[in-house]
Design a protein around this ligand. Structure first.
Ligand SMILES: *[C@@H]1O[C@H](CO)[C@@H](O)[C@H](O)[C@H]1NC(C)=O
Ligand SMILES: [Cu+2]
Length: 218
């Protein structure tokens, strides 16, 4: 019985800690342990924060996600403060299905930011709530020509445009960045908060069921 409860708590903890990992631009920090803490997943800007060039006409934003269904905001912030007044949507809200690598190669920023520094914030609305990661960038002209190796979509990962009031509320500033010419068909059906919490419960129940099954087989 003791072994079983230890096994259960290990599995529960690993579910709670596996959120998403920003891979490009280089994140403030790589741990997801405090990812539920806004605005930057428990990290702040420091002298050692890496700076990545961000091409305003199209830059890759790549991450790896452990959740089978998330809505994602790519938010561009002018200046050194993640709570700064000028922020823009770098891409429409994406709804991602399937866990794994995801990369949007055409995230954009207003041309007026060229030469300035800023922050790219990726916010996921997931079954376990809002999750945050940030990267420090320097805005440059043009579009990224060679995608980084990290820019790929995992097998079985699919995405479309979505809507999410909580994510939209994070974007201030009057103008959105141009969104490019890509079209992706929006998936049907919307996620209500209550179906989100139901999923979260059934996910945990599924893991518990698995753990019991594993234990029973020993
Ligand atoms: C990943 O999928 C999204 C949504 O379909 C798409 O916009 C994007 O271009 C894909 N990324 C890559 C690297 O192919
Ligand atoms: Cu999570």
């Amino acid at each position: 019985m003791l072994a079983k409860s230890i096994l259960l708590s290990i599995l529960t903890v690993s579910v709670a800690n596996a959120h998403f990992t920003l891979r490009h631009p280089a994140p403030f920090g790589k741990s997801a342990a405090n990812q539920d803490q806004g605005p930057c997943g428990g990290y702040t800007l420091s002298d050692s924060t890496p700076v990545t060039e961000f091409h305003v006409d199209g830059e890759a934003v790549a991450y790896s996600s452990s959740h089978p269904e998330v809505k994602v905001l790519f938010r561009i912030i002018e200046g050194n403060s993640p709570d700064g007044p000028n922020s823009f949507k770098g891409y429409p809200i994406v709804e991602q299905f399937g866990a794994g690598d995801f990369c949007e190669p055409r995230v954009t920023a207003p041309k007026s930011l060229v030469g300035k520094q800023g922050i790219v914030q990726v916010v996921q609305n997931a079954v376990d709530g809002m999750l945050y990661a940030c990267a420090y960038v320097r805005f440059v002209n043009g579009a990224l020509s060679d995608l980084p190796d990290t820019c790929k979509n995992g097998t079985g990962v699919d995405a479309g445009f979505g809507e999410d009031a909580a994510l939209e509320a994070l974007v201030s500033g009057s103008s959105d960045a141009p969104t490019g010419s890509q079209t992706t068909s929006a998936p049907t059906g919307t996620n209500t908060p209550s179906s989100g919490s139901l999923k979260s419960i059934s996910l945990v129940a599924g893991v518990v069921g698995m753990a019991v099954a594993v234990f029973g087989g020993l």
